[in-house]
Design a protein around this ligand. Structure first.
Ligand code: C5P
Length: 238
């Protein structure tokens, strides 16, 4: 396929059309943002690491029967995906209390949840992605109840698969964010799965191997993302 005009530029990625209406071309940038874009930096090689990490996660999930937009890795920073009409809902899945949940409910980070929690946020930068529930989604017709059933089932399945997989890499899957879209009417998992969108804690040292290193000024972000890629590649090459 041939890359055509840019359709959209987000905080971490650019999306281009191609000569095939079923395929988009995604380029991962080195930009890091946090707190709804208030904090910004360029992190060397972040786009390369997230492109490769996302591709490995999507390929692994596809093998286990999860429908994703991933088509193929093109080069260091670029991948082909199926074209999606984005559903404007961000889905967060949590296994361990951290981040905004810790603040909202006043429970310490690291508290184990007895079962996974799903949360929904309206994808709107100007509003800072406010939390919503399934009544809002249905009433505003952002997704049908049938699409929401598919989204929840996929989110919980991704959680089960990735929790077990990360466990085998000696990493706790604390929480993560997913986005979904429609491709010819079918719900597919879209966006990216990377240390920008997940919390990963080393099981022994509890070291954070994710974007909290940037949010909390801990340093060593590139090294942490490289460590995630190293463990993924080590496991997947077996
Ligand atoms: O900030 P919060 O604790 O709600 O984040 C939960 C999870 O969702 C974290 O892994 C975070 O990286 C991810 N997230 C995201 N994009 C957002 C909000 C949260 O990737 N806009």
């Amino acid at each position: 396929v041939q890359k055509q005009e840019q359709m959209y530029e987000g905080k971490a990625k650019k999306v281009f059309r191609t000569d095939d209406p079923n395929i988009y071309w995604i380029q991962y940038k080195d930009s890091a943002t946090a707190f709804n874009g208030e904090k910004k930096a360029e992190i060397d090689n972040k786009g390369i690491l997230n492109n490769r990490i996302s591709a490995l996660f999507f390929q692994y999930l596809e093998k286990q029967g999860v429908p994703t937009h991933f088509v193929e890795l093109l080069n260091d920073r670029e991948m082909l995906v199926k074209s999606l009409e984005i559903i404007p809902v961000e889905v967060v899945a949590r296994n361990i209390v951290a981040g905004s949940l810790s603040k909202r409910i006043g429970q310490p980070e690291g508290t184990l949840l007895a079962k996974p929690v799903l949360e929904f946020y309206y994808k709107d930068d100007a509003l800072g992605d406010p939390m919503i529930n399934e009544y809002h989604i249905a009433a505003l017709e952002w997704a049908t109840p049938e699409q929401m059933d598919a989204i929840k089932a996929i989110a919980l399945k991704v959680n089960e698969i990735l929790k077990e997989f990360m466990d085998s890499l000696n990493i706790d899957l604390v929480d993560f964010k997913l986005e979904f879209g429609l491709h010819n009417g079918t719900v597919l998992l879209g966006d990216e799965i990377s240390p920008d969108t997940c919390r990963f804690w080393d099981k022994d040292t509890k070291e954070k191997l994710d974007k909290d290193r940037f949010r909390r000024d801990l340093g060593g972000l590139e090294e942490a993302y490289r460590e995630i890629l190293r463990r993924l590649e080590g496991k997947l090459q077996d």
